[in-house]
Design a protein around this ligand. Structure first.
Ligand SMILES: Nc1ncnc2c1ncn2[C@@H]1O[C@H](COP(=O)(O)OP(=O)(O)OP(=O)(O)O)[C@@H](O)[C@H]1O
Ligand SMILES: Cc1ncc(CO)c(N)n1
Length: 273
């Protein structure tokens, strides 16, 4: 079984962060592991508070995984503070795993901050250069590339500027744009578009976590980058299509829709949501 590690924050309400990552890994048939960098008291409506994990404990969690287990891909999510970013980047330089996918999480869907805005310089200098793939949404891409994104041409310009910062590939996600859910991948040479119909739902809590974890799983399963993104886009679109009205705010996506459909059908002949 391929092994995939998530380094991210804990979302106690289960739809985003480490919890979404582990569900996504399981849905892909890879073995999920987690290094928790922050415990976030949050739900589908708001972030109440958070406690960051000490950098030396983050480092020791990473040591514990790598000294024992071969890691096929790493997904990085929320990194709240510069010290946390430095600890994670140093350790990943030391262990040099293949397939590092970084989702530069800055805000929850409800607008609550999950990264100290003063950490942007450390993100750019220390974290972005270790990424095989960086997956910013539009507001994150705007912050990182210091430009406004109004259309697809701007998404491309921003991706090029971010690529210059040292990551190997950039995927600017269009979840926050109007129109179809169009994402643009830039590999330093070419642009590739991944498009899906926009689904009318407010249940999009954790879509970014789910997408980047699906890409990391597919890379661990040895798909090439474009195919890994294509399959992950299909997976996240189905997860949003069948998203769950759980909680009073932005509900979570359905990480196991196809698995449940297929498994249940085989066992009982019945289908259910
Ligand atoms: N309503 C929607 N319908 C279809 N696809 C969507 C919708 N919203 C987001 N997506 C897609 O989901 C994926 C995740 O993108 P998004 O921009 O929502 O990430 P994000 O803002 O980082 O998520 P989060 O921070 O909540 O985890 C992208 O492929 C995006 O195009
Ligand atoms: C812990 C955590 N990571 C990421 C996100 C972004 O969806 C969130 N809401 N919570």
């Amino acid at each position: 079984m391929k092994k995939v590690l998530s380094i991210a924050g804990s979302d106690c309400s289960g739809g985003a962060g480490i919890q979404a990552d582990l569900k996504t890994f399981s849905a892909h048939g890879v073995f999920g592991m987690s290094v928790i960098v922050s415990v976030v008291a949050e739900n589908t409506s708001r972030v109440i508070d958070l406690q960051d994990i000490r950098p030396d404990i983050i480092e020791k969690q990473i040591d514990a995984v790598f000294e024992d287990i071969e890691v096929d891909a790493v997904k990085i999510g929320m990194l709240p503070q510069p010290e946390c970013m430095e600890a994670v980047a140093e350790k990943l330089k030391q262990y040099a795993p293949a397939n590092i996918v970084i989702d530069p999480v800055m805000y929850a869907k409800n607008g609550c901050p999950l990264m100290n805005p003063d950490a942007i310089d450390t993100l750019i200098k220390t974290v972005i250069p270790i990424a095989d793939l960086l997956t910013p949404n539009i507001p994150e891409a705007e912050k990182i590339s210091s430009m406004e994104i109004r259309n697809v041409e701007d998404m491309k310009k921003s991706a090029m500027a971010i690529h210059e910062m040292g990551c190997k590939n950039v995927l600017v996600k269009g979840g926050h744009a109007a129109g179809s859910a169009l994402d643009i991948l830039f590999d330093g040479n070419e642009f590739y578009a991944f498009d899906a119909q926009r689904i009318e739902t407010k249940n999009t809590h954790g879509t970014g976590c789910t997408y980047s974890s699906a890409i990391a799983s597919n890379l661990a399963l040895e798909f090439g980058l474009q195919e890994a993104v294509r399959q992950a886009k299909e997976y996240v679109t189905i997860a949003i299509q069948h998203s769950l009205s759980i909680g009073k705010g932005h509900g979570p996506t359905h990480h196991f829709y196809e698995l449940y459909q297929n498994g249940l059908k085989k066992e009982t002949g019945i289908t259910r949501q």
